[in-house]
Design a protein. Structure first.
Length: 486
């Protein structure tokens, strides 16, 4: 346990108690637990840390053995009354807690403006980067001042998947691997049902006056795999099965490297799209091998390297992940990628090459696609069929993994398919995916609020049922950690 007095950030603040308690909701805890087994597992992994434990008043203190966990240097209740403190740490612990109380007092007297920004910073960031791309398109465009095709489009994709590989908790994922029924359902829905349904829908759109390149962009968008970061974060925030979401995000992106190009090759063989294919490839064929190579280098290898590092130095990676907020870094890299994509779109005049009417129709079509497939997969997951119906937590993970589409892999896929042969066309093809990604994040944020309340009601109903059966001990052993900080 670290006891250096010159390190102001050496304490890990942990909450143990009822997670629905809102009295300390504004304090940034390293982790929150409502089950002792999960707390014990976490403490065993963080033996080198100095832990300050904030315990809810409804938790008996005799459940915590200080001899088993010497890294616990202090225990406070939720009103900051000290029950225990290591004698050699009284002064630094008191100073640390006093600073927290001072910050709480400032937050209570300040407006809700900054907490609102912190909560919705990603959505705000989306609009900000799009606006900056509109004002200064030459900075982030392909071949621009910073050579975004390398520094951003390649660099950020590598960072996103490398950090995702580092964030994989192998032990928890191994337990989730056996949930084969869930994984098959998600992958079949994401990589087969949605693409073929949208392809059939696109054949109907051809009869309208909608830009044909946009229709192909919709097909490419539907053929991509699920997101690997936003769906996991949203599942976690909605109290869903985050390990199922994480496993399916990785599995979907690995499968997508091979399945997505094959689907697009198959769909574009339709003679309806001959004119578009001829403008991009003189041989009227797409280089399948180059697609696999490019996507493997930017997605699969960074994931693999990140996972190997995580397996070799699990404790150090866990500590670094919590200190540097990997999920936020992942989201920031995604915002930079969106900025580069929009910069290129504005610089090449991609938005000017299509009618405003087509753009408006595309926005409504994409929103309708996401809403339809999200609600459909929830309905299918909850069908009252024996040995089929999934739990509320699993359903949340299924919905976010099944209906979302990745921008991080979609843009490299379009680049691999069309390269630099026709930048204007590549910009148009990217529009459906870009717009879909923005809309799924905005609509998904609303879904998080609704699904979180739904999961909470399910947990309360289950707990009530267990209490009525006088099976409290079994309930405590099966309670799942339903929330943890980033």
């Amino acid at each position: 346990m670290s006891t250096k007095t010159d390190d102001p950030n050496r304490f890990s603040l942990i909450w143990f108690g009822n997670l629905s308690d809102k009295t300390l909701s504004k304090i940034k805890f390293v982790n929150k637990f409502e089950n002792f087994d999960l707390l014990k597992e976490y403490l065993n992994e963080m033996k080198d840390n100095s832990v300050i434990l904030i315990v809810s008043n409804n938790i008996p203190l005799d459940t915590i053995s200080l001899t088993d966990f010497p890294q616990i240097c202090a225990i406070y209740n939720d009103t900051f009354v000290c029950f225990y403190c290591l004698p050699t740490m009284i002064l630094p612990v008191h100073t640390f807690i006093q600073n927290i109380q001072d910050e709480q007092s400032k937050k209570k007297t300040s407006s809700y403006f900054f907490p609102l920004i912190r909560k919705y910073w990603f959505i705000i960031g989306l609009f900000l980067v799009i606006f900056l791309a509109y004002l200064f398109p030459n900075i982030g465009k392909t071949g621009g001042y910073i050579r975004s095709e390398w520094s951003v489009k390649l660099g950020c994709v590598l960072i996103i998947f490398f950090l995702s590989g580092l964030s994989l908790r192998t032990r928890q994922l191994v337990k989730e691997i056996l949930h084969i029924r869930l994984h098959l359902f998600v992958q079949i829905y994401s990589l087969l049902i949605i693409p073929f349904t949208i392809y059939a829908f696109s054949l109907l759109l051809i009869k309208l006056s909608l830009n044909k390149a946009l229709i192909v962009g919709i097909i490419i968008m539907a053929s991509t795999s699920t997101t690997i970061s936003s769906n996991v974060v949203m599942t976690k925030n909605a109290l869903g099965n985050e390990y199922a979401a994480l496993l399916n995000a990785v599995l979907g992106n690995i499968l997508g490297i091979f399945i997505s190009p094959a689907l697009i090759l198959y769909f574009l063989k339709n003679p309806i799209f001959d004119s578009l294919s001829n403008t991009t490839n003189s041989d009227n064929q797409l280089d399948y091998g180059r697609i696999i190579k490019n996507l493997a280098l930017t997605v699969l290898i960074p994931l693999f390297i990140g996972q190997i590092i995580h397996l070799l130095w699990t404790k150090k990676v866990t500590y670094i992940r919590e200190k540097f907020y990997f999920s936020d870094l992942n989201s920031l890299a995604l915002l930079i990628l969106v900025w580069a994509v929009f910069s290129n779109a504005f610089a090449t005049g991609a938005f000017e090459t299509i009618h405003k009417k087509d753009l408006l129709i595309l926005i409504f079509i994409n929103a309708g696609i996401y809403l339809f497939f999200s609600l459909l997969i929830i309905l299918l997951s909850r069908l009252p069929i024996p040995y089929w119906q999934f739990s509320e937590k699993d359903t949340v993970a299924i919905m976010f993994c099944g209906a979302t589409k990745t921008l991080a892999m979609g843009i490299p896929l379009i680049n691999a398919l069309y390269g630099n042969a026709n930048k204007d066309l590549s910009g148009i093809l990217s529009l459906p995916l870009i717009i879909y990604h923005v809309e799924q994040l905005i609509i998904g944020a609303i879904f998080v609020i609704l699904l979180k309340n739904w999961v909470k009601k399910g947990i309360k109903k289950q707990n009530t049922k267990l209490k009525n059966q006088d099976d409290l001990e079994a309930a405590e052993s099966q309670t799942i950690n339903i929330e943890s900080s980033k």
